[in-house]
Design a protein. Structure first.
Ligand code: ATP
Ligand code: MG
Length: 280
């Protein structure tokens, strides 16, 4: 197994000195080349978990192993893509993608070739000379993906990378990401609030419960790729996950609102396209 979390617990000390347990006893094994999604209510610890794999956070107890080695910090084998593209506005698209390659001491020529290859992979070769402000949100995210891919990490960590995009752009990017994943064989750990997105893209979906975050359920998504958005089995799985997520959200809302909140099933918007949990 390429990524292994063993008995991971994470506690944060809040500004008022109280301790907040974010993750409890998380055990998870992710295979090389697997596409796995993490779903769960806001605040359940998804980003914390991803950041621990990235080496940006560390468990309070337990271990995070990548290729059998305990994670001690960030490494070349792992790259995070965030919701915000984080492009440098003063650099062209090409220069943005070249940046990390030049830091790795590639010659300008080599960096340019690789960056162009990366941009073509996300169908943005024609926009190499453009600047970030000239691009749509979806295009910026594609540049961010190209920038990550050219560094050739074994593991791509994606924290709600498409959350700010409209549904149509999101669907285009799903197709592109799926193609890239199949072509490159990267391991992808993908956080989303969008159940449909998780079902369309992943081989496995981990539903985290709250609080503290622990694994509530793991779903295998059996359908082959490319997936058919009209597949009845996938729609059924979406509904199943939605019910489990609703239970978790009811717990969060009850905790936050106390007696004022009277949760009824169906109280929450039931369209699985809706970014469930992102608005708490
Ligand atoms: N550095 C930190 N110090 C203190 N508390 C933190 C820190 N980082 C995260 N937390 C808290 O840990 C909890 C989990 O945060 P995390 O960002 O992992 O949740 P999440 O599941 O990614 O949520 P969302 O879906 O809203 O992105 C939250 O209550 C958050 O406030
Ligand atoms: Mg998060």
């Amino acid at each position: 197994m390429q990524v292994v979390l063993q008995g991971v617990n994470k506690l944060f000390t809040k500004s008022n000195n109280q301790t907040l347990q974010v993750l409890r006893d998380v055990d998870l094994e992710i295979g090389a080349g697997e596409f796995i999604s993490l779903l769960g209510p806001s605040g359940c610890g998804k980003s914390t978990l991803l950041n621990m794999v990235a080496g940006l956070e560390f468990p309070s107890n337990g271990k995070v192993l990548v290729n059998g080695k305990q994670v001690k910090g960030p490494g070349r084998d792992r790259i995070v893509v965030f919701q915000e593209s984080g492009l440098f506005p003063w650099m062209s698209v090409l220069e943005n993608v070249m940046y990390g390659l030049l830091l790795r001491k590639l010659s300008k020529k080599e960096a340019e070739e690789k960056a162009m290859e990366g941009l073509r992979m996300v169908h943005l070769g024609r926009f190499a000379k453009s600047y970030p402000h000239e691009l749509s949100g979806g295009m910026k995210q594609r540049v961010a993906i190209a920038r990550a891919l050219v560094l050739d990490p074994e593991i791509l960590l994606m924290d709600e990378p498409f959350a700010a995009l409209d549904e149509q752009t999101r669907m285009v990017l799903h197709t592109e990401l799926q193609e890239i994943w199949q072509r490159t064989g990267k391991t992808i750990i993908f956080i989303t609030h969008n159940i449909r997105e998780a079902v369309m893209l992943s081989q496995r979906i981990v539903l985290l419960g709250t609080r503290p975050g622990c694994i509530k359920k793991v779903y295998q998504v059996q359908a082959s790729f490319p997936r058919d958005p009209g597949d009845a089995l996938l729609a059924h799985l979406e509904q199943k996950i939605l019910h489990s997520l609703e239970e978790e959200m009811a717990k969060v809302l009850k905790e936050e609102m106390g007696d004022e909140y009277n949760f009824k099933k169906g109280h929450i918007h039931r369209d699985p396209l809706y970014n469930l949990g992102s608005d708490i």
